[in-house]
Design a protein. Structure first.
Length: 317
């Protein structure tokens, strides 16, 4: 979508960073921290570094998507989504590319501390996260254009983010020697994987709403997202299935892993999920789906706060 109104430079950079997407980067870290606190392995400095690193990677990926979608011709005037600064002419492409590189460099700086704590597993996670963010819309085979974006979000903004956050705290709290090459006992748990799946499911819902909205224009531009490949009906089934996973996990933790009943606190956000689902199941245009996209991000944030509070409540009360 081309910008039609005059936008300040500061506002343009804020648009490029896309703060409405940041719950996808922050929420899984919140959950990893809360789960670590519930399990008695909370470590404040690793938790803070994990949050800062995750948000930097999220912002860097947003810059990368803005830049590469423009240079690859995927962002056209027919697109109904929020204005992209590169395609809209608000910021020169080289400047967006430089911002992307600078943000990723900052993420690497933060990551060095985490690598010192967590060793090879964190090095692999950090490098692969940045590479995956770049190749989502960049490189010779941008996998976001071939139906793999949903899998990327589920893995990196769910499983990897939660388990990685839990891991760096656990290695610190348990006194594991620096620069380990394996996964010490107690640093990766089935519960952290389950919570990661819940976070990944709702983070992927954000992408699903985005891709349903853009399905027609993406298809014309040759961008074969999963929504383009599946069509509206199956994309909506995917959305509902992901929401179901997110709300099943707290119940599983309560009934199957002996967590206190407070762990089902995220169920209080079901009305928000239902209100978003009603729009996703019936609408196709940007006027309806743009607000639904923002609401899905808000849903993830509320869900994470409730889930986190439910996890730590027995510890702090």
């Amino acid at each position: 979508m081309t910008a039609t109104a005059e936008v300040t430079r500061r506002r343009a950079w804020l648009m490029a960073a896309r703060p409405q997407t940041l719950p996808a980067g922050g929420a899984p870290v919140v959950l990893g921290v809360a789960l670590a606190a519930a399990d008695g392995v909370f470590a404040p400095l690793p938790a803070l570094a994990a949050l800062v690193g995750a948000l930097l990677i999220q912002i860097g990926t947003n810059f990368a998507n803005d830049y590469y979608d423009a240079v690859n011709g995927a962002d056209t005037d027919d697109r109904e989504g929020f204005t992209r600064v590169t395609a809209g002419g608000l910021i020169d492409p080289p400047a967006v590319k430089r911002a992307m590189i600078a943000t990723y460099v900052l993420a690497v700086v933060v990551g060095l501390y985490l690598v010192a704590l967590g060793g090879l597993p964190i090095l692999v996670v950090g490098v692969s996260s940045i590479v995956a963010g770049l190749l989502y819309t960049g490189g010779p085979y941008p996998y976001g254009y071939y139906g793999l974006g949903d899998l990327f979000v589920f893995v990196y903004f769910g499983l990897v983010a939660v388990v990685g956050t839990y891991y760096v705290q656990a290695v610190s709290a348990l006194g594991v020697e620096p620069f380990v090459t394996g996964l010490p006992a107690g640093t990766v748990t089935p519960e952290s994987v389950l919570v990661g799946a819940a976070a990944g499911a709702l983070a992927t819902c954000i992408l699903v709403v985005n891709n349903i909205r853009d399905r027609e224009t993406d298809a014309k531009a040759g961008k074969r997202t999963l929504a383009v490949l599946l069509g509206y009906r199956l994309s909506r089934v995917e959305f509902c299935g992901l929401v179901a996973i997110a709300y099943a996990v707290p119940v599983v933790l309560w009934l199957g892993f002996d967590y206190a009943a407070t762990v089902v606190a995220p169920l209080a956000s079901v009305p928000i999920a239902l209100s978003v689902a009603r729009v996703v199941l019936t609408e196709r245009n940007g006027d309806a789906l743009n607000p639904a996209l923002e609401r899905t991000g808000q849903l993830l944030a509320v869900y994470a706060v409730l889930f986190g509070a439910g996890l730590i409540a027995p510890v702090v009360v």
